[in-house]
Design a protein around this ligand. Structure first.
Ligand code: UD1
Ligand code: UDP
Length: 360
């Protein structure tokens, strides 16, 4: 079966990397189709290089644009490649525009669609990602749910049991495969002038936060208050989307250490040594939980409720006083929770299911 692995953004490259390795190891008939949604070196190439991934056979170079523009460009580009390659199946991961357009192009050609990280829901349809993951799940043939909860959600939406496998999340595979190398690597703390467990790490890039002046300003005010109140540095690797908005809004955070986006090993090291992480990222909520680092989520909801249940995470929203309050709660928690996202063998399971032709 000829498989197209479709990816387009930073988290997809990272979370697909264990699957790509597994496909390589099994000498599967596959190729990588990069949509080009992310194109800046620090959001794209750096991960291919560091994770030693084969180069994408195709790059659609769709770049940035409105949701409709970007989705449409991916849709037509993917269709053309799938036809040219006579692909029989596509694999997509997560909830970006690349995922929605990739799966939609494939299903309309009557190809099999495998959705890695299926069944996540924030129940907030204002988020572009919620629409993307819902629609992708409902046009997929193979739904690889990371947890039992995700499986139950899919069943609750009427998706048939035979299409769903609980595999764990490939972010555990990627974390386990790279953590030791990350810990031993040079890059990291000393260059930033910080000591292990004596700094906070922050990331903010969600559209509903950074495109909204009031919410973005309030979050940054909260982070500023955290740095001052706890006398500890807050390191914030700034996503280009957020940088663009900061410039447009004329926001200049005073007490934060702003850095460029970090490569995966460098970021894993920063996460694992942080006293606490503040984020609106999906993947970072998971990694904090896996690494045993407390997390404060700068959102009103999460599609990763498992992290709240095990006690690794708390929802702070965007009010600066609530951010401070949640940080104090999390600093007083025991961080001995169990990782709910699997044993690091998700990719092995996913590839075995696909290659074994296991399908209801
Ligand atoms: C996208 C995903 C989001 C995911 C995130 C991962 C959608 C709707 N959003 O958000 O779910 O969490 O990727 O990081 O699919 N830009 C660059 N260089 C790049 C890419 C983007 O400078 O390589 C800037 C551009 O100004 C662009 C903006 O970031 O307009 C937004 O990019 P876009 O791909 O639309 O969304 P992300 O915010 O990256
Ligand atoms: N990440 C990274 N460098 C950074 C910030 C994040 O390598 O400076 C990684 C992080 O380890 C995680 C992934 O990017 O695996 C999360 O991606 P992002 O936050 O962009 O998207 P989301 O998960 O919210 O869709």
């Amino acid at each position: 079966m000829k498989i197209a692995v479709i990816l387009g953004t930073r988290p997809e490259i990272i979370k697909m990397s264990p699957i790509i390795r597994e496909l390589e190891g099994n000498q599967a008939d596959y190729f990588i189709l990069h949509t080009g949604q992310h194109y800046s070196y620090e959001l794209d190439k750096v991960f291919f290089q560091q994770l030693e991934l084969p180069e994408a056979k195709y790059n659609l170079e769709v770049g940035s644009g409105s949701h409709a523009e970007q989705t449409a460009r991916i849709l037509t580009g993917v269709e053309e490649v799938l036809l040219r390659e006579s692909a029989e199946m596509v694999l997509v991961e997560g909830d970006t525009n690349s995922v929605l357009a990739g799966s939609l192009a494939a299903v309309k050609l009557n190809l099999r669609v495998g959705h890695v990280e299926a069944g996540l829901r924030s129940y907030d349809r204002q988020m572009p990602e919620e629409i993307n993951r819902l629609l992708t799940d409902h046009c997929s043939d193979y739904l690889f749910a990371p947890t039992d909860k995700a499986r139950a959600t899919l069943l609750g939406e009427g998706i048939s049991e035979e299409k769903i496998w609980v595999t764990g999340n490939t972010i555990v595979d990627a974390t386990y495969q790279n953590l030791e190398i990350a810990r031993e690597s040079e890059n990291g703390l000393s260059a930033l002038g910080v000591n292990p467990k004596e700094y906070f790490l922050a990331t903010i890039h969600r559209q509903e936060n950074v495109d909204n002046l009031v919410r973005f300003t309030s979050i940054l005010k909260g982070l500023d208050a955290v740095a001052v109140e706890f006398c500890l540095p807050v390191i914030y690797p700034v996503h280009p989307h957020s940088k663009k908005r900061m410039n447009e809004f004329g926001i200049k955070p005073r007490n934060l250490i702003l850095v460029d986006p970090v490569d995966f090993l460098g970021f894993l090291k920063l996460e694992s040594q942080a006293r606490l992480i503040l984020t609106d990222s999906g993947g970072v909520q998971e990694e904090a939980c896996i690494l045993g680092v407390p997390c404060v989520t700068l959102r009103d909801n999460t599609e990763r409720p498992e992290t709240i249940e095990v006690g690794s995470n708390i929802l702070a929203g965007t009010s600066s006083s609530r951010i401070l309050e949640c940080l104090e709660i999390m600093l007083n928690r025991q961080n001995n929770w169990a990782n709910p996202f699997g044993d690091g063998k998700a990719a092995e399971r996913i590839v075995a299911i696909i290659m074994g032709g296991e399908h209801g």
